[in-house]
Design a binder for this molecule. Structure first.
Ligand SMILES: *Cc1c(COP(=O)(O)O)cnc(C)c1O
Length: 393
């Protein structure tokens, strides 16, 4: 089945009693009974598939897991309470029986950097940050530190860099370090890291997968080697996604292909329009032929699907000018998050990269004139008109 067919079929229509629900309902039961004790015994012993207790399994959550597993081409998928929990569980699973060292991309989602430095760091896990788009530098970091895990993002935030995931997967494999890829910005429609050699894929389901600004959730998709340990950790720690959130995420994914196609098309048009605007100094967009990672983008992303994020630098602007611009927007929503059906705008220096010192921000290329746009499904004319009036020329 093709991707868009899987989005509306996988996971659903499991027989329940003598009928088959067309879409998977929300099961809220925390535990399950059987007509015979011997059957309950077999379910507990995982000799027979079935439900026993909500920290182990839930029919609604299982349906979502099956759906995402199909989309990413995984061996096993687990749904978690948030994207951060999905990342936490993945690093934990990778490091259980490996050296307590991580090599990570130097431009990760802010909370992921904090997780590695302040949470795993406090547990004596040492993280080395290196530029994932600079292949020799990244390879040198792996060779030098001999890590137990490698962490990168398929499309980075907010500068939208695209590393050579296929080549980094080879490096990680020869170092016996599982490659963990945060695939939130790309979604499985644009990139499937497991097919490129990664070991574990992480999603913030809060973003494109759920897509409607009404869910906090995360997903971990893994290869055969890591499914068992991830399942054991989830069942022991209990960071499970609730059935309501699983239902909403599944409902959202049914339109993922339609939304992504429209959002990516809007982003392409918006990026082209912004590039010609006199108040815009620079546009960061993976569809730009002069993008620094153009070769990787051409090799790894499907034609015309470059993601739906556009990052811009305003000409002669600092925090005051950027705030004035953002406050003038009438339709576009200025709030944290991305990937929703409505267009959103965020000021990274204030939000995702707030805790990083101005000097480090500048060095990472996150200047005070930088604004990140998550393109929605609205008519492109309305998106452009709103930004145009706010830029006010
Ligand atoms: C939002 C986000 C996360 C964290 O996900 P939550 O659902 O907010 O916990 C991780 N990585 C990326 C790239 C994100 O955009």
């Amino acid at each position: 089945m093709k991707f868009e067919s899987k989005t509306v079929h996988a996971g659903d229509r499991k027989k329940a009693g003598n009928f088959i629900p067309v879409t998977t309902p929300i099961y809220t039961a925390s535990s399950y009974a059987y007509e015979s004790m011997s059957q309950l015994d077999r379910v507990f012993g995982r000799e027979e598939p079935g439900q026993s207790y909500a920290r182990y399994d839930n029919p609604t959550v299982n349906a979502l897991q099956e759906l995402v597993n199909e989309l990413e081409g995984g061996h096993g998928t687990l749904a978690c309470s948030s994207g951060m929990m999905a990342m936490h569980l993945s690093v934990l699973a990778a490091l259980v029986d490996r050296p307590k060292r991580v090599v990570a991309g130097h431009m990760l989602y802010g909370a992921t950097t904090n997780l590695l430095m302040n949470v795993f760091g406090a547990l004596d896990v040492e993280t080395t940050f290196a530029d994932a788009s600079d292949l020799p530098a990244f390879e040198a970091a792996i060779a030098k530190t001999k890590p137990g895990a490698v962490v990168v993002e398929s499309i980075t935030n907010p500068l939208l860099r695209v590393c050579a995931l296929d080549q980094i997967a080879v490096m990680a494999r020869s170092a016996n370090a599982p490659l963990i890829v945060d695939n939130t910005f790309a979604t499985p429609m644009l990139m499937r890291p497991l097919e490129l050699g990664a070991s574990i894929v992480v999603h913030s389901a809060t973003k494109y997968l759920a897509g409607h600004g009404d869910v906090l959730g995360g997903l971990v998709v893994s290869d055969a080697e890591h499914t068992e340990i991830l399942t054991t950790l989830l069942r022991t720690i209990g960071p499970n996604l609730g059935p309501f959130e699983a239902y909403l995420t599944m409902r959202g994914i049914k339109t993922l292909a339609l939304r992504m196609e429209k959002q990516c098309a809007n982003a392409r048009e918006l990026a082209a329009w912004l590039a010609g605007h006199p108040r815009i100094e620079r546009v960061h967009f993976p569809g730009d032929p002069s993008h620094p990672d153009a070769a990787n983008i051409q090799r790894l992303l499907p034609p015309n699907l470059y993601g739906a994020m556009v990052t811009v630098e305003l000409k002669d602007a600092g925090k005051t000018e950027v705030f004035a611009f953002m406050e003038k927007l009438k339709m576009i929503v200025c709030a944290t998050s991305l990937g929703d059906v409505h267009t959103m705008m965020l000021y990274p220096a204030m939000s995702s990269h707030r805790d990083i010192s101005p000097k480090h921000r500048e060095r990472a290329g996150i200047r005070d004139n930088l604004v990140r746009i998550s393109t929605g499904i609205e008519a492109i004319e309305d998106i452009i008109a709103d930004i145009d009036q706010a830029l006010g020329l």
